[in-house]
Structure formats: C-alpha cells, structure tokens
Design a protein around this ligand. Structure first.
Ligand SMILES: [Zn+2]
Length: 464
C-alpha cells in the first residue's frame, strides 16, 4: 500500500464474548465442539472444548498465534493491537471462573437456536453445535435497502447499506461504484473517506472502495451506463490515490483497452487489485494482462467473452489461469449452478470469491429502482435494465454462502474461504479479518446446522 487509511477510534469497550459448543471454521480446519473467546472486539483464543474447568482454553490456537496474526501491515496499529491482545488475554484468564458457570447456565438453555447468558462482563453464546464462521467479506456490492453507493454523499446512505448487509452476514465490504463520470466517482471517494474517518461504523465495516469501471468495454456494458465509459486514465487514479491513500482496493477494467496494461501495472505497484470485467478481451489479451499483473476477475461468466473450445475467450482464460482470483455471483440467476461448480473445480487454491453484486433492491421487493443512474426493474426477484441486461442482484452473502453449499456442493470450509478468506486476502485486509484466529477482529457469523443465520458480530458488536 502506498498509504494507510485513517485509524479508527474505539468508542466503547465491548466486553468479553465466549462462543461455546460451536463448530468453528478456522484456516486449519473445523474445530468440533469448540470455544472461541473475544475481548474488546478482538479474538483472543480458539480451542476445543476444555471440559468443565476450562484448562484447555489455552490450547491449540490461543496465545502464540497472536504475534503472527498482528504482524505486518500497518506497523503502529499492529503494535497497539498486540498490546491490546496481551491485555485481553490476561483479562480472559481472570474471567475464566465466572465464565465456566455461565457456560453451564447456557448449556441448560433453550432447546434450539442460540442462546446467550450474561455473567458480569462475560457474554456466553451457546452455538448448540452450529457453525461459527468468520464474518463475510463482500468486495463487490453496490447497495441495498433502496440505497446505492453512488449516493454515498447523501446522509444515511452508507449507514443503511452497511447495516442491511451487516444483518445478513457481511462484516466487511468494499463500497462499489458504477461506471460514472470522474466527478461522480470523486464524490463517492470523498464521502467514504469522510465516513471512515468519523470513527466506529455501524453494521458492516466499509474497508475501502471497488471502482467498477469506468475503463471498461463499450461492447459489454451490462448495467453500466455506456455514456460514462472512458479509456484507462492512470492520471485519475494517481490523483485519487494521492488524496485518499489506500482507499481504492480494487479496480475493474477491460484489459484489451489501449493503455490498460500500464494501468494494471500501476495498480499492482500501489497494492490495488487489478480486475478484469465488462470486457471483450480474447484469451491471449487476458494472458498478456496477467503478465502485466492482472490478478482478479469480477462476476466470472457475466459481461465477458464466453468460453468456446476454439476461442476460449475471457472466461476460458479466467478458468485456466491460477493467478486470477475469480468472483462469482451465486444467486442462481446470474450463473447456472453447473457453471459455478466448474469454476469451483478449477479455483481450488483459495482463489474463488463469493460476491453479491447487490444493488439497491436487495432487501426490498419487486419494483422500480436505479442502479447508479440507470433505471432498473425488479420482477420476480430478477433485476433488469430497460435494455434487458441483468442489473446487479438482490443477493446477500448469507444466501450466496448457502447456495455454494446447497446448490454447488462445496463444503462449509470451502464456502467459508470463498465468502471470507479469499476476498479478505484480495482486499488486503486478511491481517485483521477473514478468518477466525487469535489477534484478528471479532468478526463472526453464527449459523445453525441448517445454515440459518443466528447472529452476526463485527468487532465484537452484534450487528445482526
Ligand atoms: Zn457490480
């Protein structure tokens, strides 16, 4: 990164949360009947059930992992975090006794779903054998509950979108812009920068911005306004990066456009994901872009040249190149489950990413909406532009996650990496979120055995 984002102030102490009786999904595998403890918004221990006395609470992943997880990235805050976590671990020890009685109380609790018992400063949540997953990270999302990130400057818009998606499992997101004029994009960057500088965010944390366009192909606008399509302008990006260092985390462009390869190299040199999308690129043009640093594909199969056995196109190159991390909209509308399955069979190395590409209609019923400045009609749950193009989705991360498991056949662990780990790595935030490990933020999704959402926590705050 060429800079750091404004540091966040923590307004309040969030106390101790202890999940018990959970199937905890970690990068090392699933811990059955696990315990996970977080203090003041940070994970301090993850371990198998320690029986009645909590002896093993210091086992498997607690303690020693902290330094590793907190190292790298932003040096100042990493040091502060390491100190916080050490203090938190002490405090966890002190709470161990009161905790164990709370665990017993919780186990005797409700017959289904999750239950919580407050015991002083310790909040114990019995998962009843359900899944404790890292919070979802949505790196491609335009809006929800009637609001669009293109209107980020209007009061309440960012809060509304972050709260809506937060309540459906997203604990981090990248505010995604549409193909728009330089001034319009400028306004969004300014608003998100100001929002992040303000302090603690409600709902999902808006970690940065994904610019979808405007350097895309006029042949594949999808629901992007063709009037605002531009040739790649690295000078715009340089200006934005200078004014809002680290804010832009991803740019989607058509790699076949003149000047695109230079832009891709500039993006990667500045720690920004270089994504192809809305592109007419041939197989060979994509390979050349990968040479230049291209490392991501947005909504694979949508708005790109399709796979043909004598002309593999953009889709063929995305499938074939391990270096391209592939997004997919897993709503059963944008891509057939069979094609998602094929994608998942080749993207087995942590390079499959679930996105919603949700637009303002997410969370609302059929009706008339806008995506950026284009009118969109939602009928029977499908969003279309006036020209008949698919216009974003009404998907939430929780629904997409379930789809990957139920319709595509992925394991919970793989679906979790696609929904949390892989997008966090691409967005450059894996040091703080994207997996359940000591030293990371207390970002959790709790689901029962049927994968129904039972709770969402961001930095230890309950947001869903
Ligand atoms: Zn999009």
């Amino acid at each position: 990164m060429s800079g750091v984002l404004p540091d966040r102030q923590f307004a309040e102490k969030k106390g101790v949360i202890r999940f018990v009786n959970a199937r905890i999904v970690t990068p090392q595998g699933v811990i059955e009947n696990g315990i996970c403890e977080a203090i003041d918004g940070w994970i301090v221990s993850v371990s198998p059930s320690g029986g009645e006395n909590g002896e093993e609470a210091g086992g498997a992943y607690s303690g020693s992992g902290q330094g590793q997880a907190a190292s790298g990235g932003i040096a100042d805050s990493a040091q502060r975090d390491a100190a916080d976590i050490a203090a938190a671990a002490d405090s966890a020890q002190r709470h161990a006794e009161s905790g164990s009685s709370a665990v017993k109380a919780a186990k005797a609790g409700t017959p289904s779903g999750s239950s919580a018992v407050d015991a002083g400063n310790v909040r114990v949540i019995d998962a009843h054998g359900g899944w404790l997953l890292p919070g979802f990270v949505d790196i491609h999302v335009h809006g929800g509950m009637g609001e669009d990130f293109m209107d980020a400057g209007k009061p309440g818009v960012l809060e509304t979108i972050a709260k809506f998606h937060g309540s459906h499992g997203s604990t981090s997101m990248l505010a995604t812009t549409m193909t728009a004029t330089r001034d319009m994009i400028d306004g969004v960057l300014e608003a998100v920068w100001a929002y992040r500088s303000k302090g603690e965010m409600p709902g999902a944390s808006i970690e940065g911005v994904h610019l979808e366009g405007p350097f895309i192909s006029p042949q594949w606008p999808g629901a992007q306004n063709p009037e605002h399509i531009s040739e790649p302008r690295t000078d715009w990006l340089e200006d934005w990066e200078a004014r809002f260092p680290g804010l832009i985390r991803q740019l989607t462009l058509a790699p076949e456009r003149e000047g695109a390869l230079e832009t891709i190299a500039w993006l990667r040199a500045n720690g920004i994901t270089a994504a192809l999308g809305h592109t007419d690129a041939s197989y060979e043009e994509v390979l050349a872009a990968v040479e230049a640093g291209l490392n991501h594909a947005v909504h694979t199969f949508n708005a790109m040249t399709p796979l043909h056995h004598r002309k593999p196109g953009t889709a063929g190159a995305v499938l074939g190149c391990d270096g391209i991390v592939a997004e997919v909209i897993a709503d059963g509308i944008h891509v057939h489950p069979g094609a998602v399955k094929l994608l998942a069979k080749v993207k087995t190395d942590g390079n499959l990413v679930l996105v919603t590409d949700a637009m303002s209609a997410a969370g609302l019923g059929d009706g008339d909406y806008f995506l950026g400045d284009l009118p969109v009609v939602v009928k029977d749950g499908v969003a279309l532009t006036q020209g008949g193009a698919l216009a974003g989705s009404r998907l939430t991360m929780a629904e997409g996650f379930r789809f990957l498991i139920g319709q595509v056949g992925l394991s919970v662990e793989r679906a979790s990496d696609a929904a949390s780990g892989a997008p966090a790595r691409q967005a450059g935030i894996y040091e703080t979120t994207g997996s359940i490990q000591p030293g990371k933020r207390a970002d959790f999704v709790l689901m029962d055995a049927a994968l129904e959402l039972r709770g969402v926590w961001a930095e230890g705050r309950k947001i869903g």
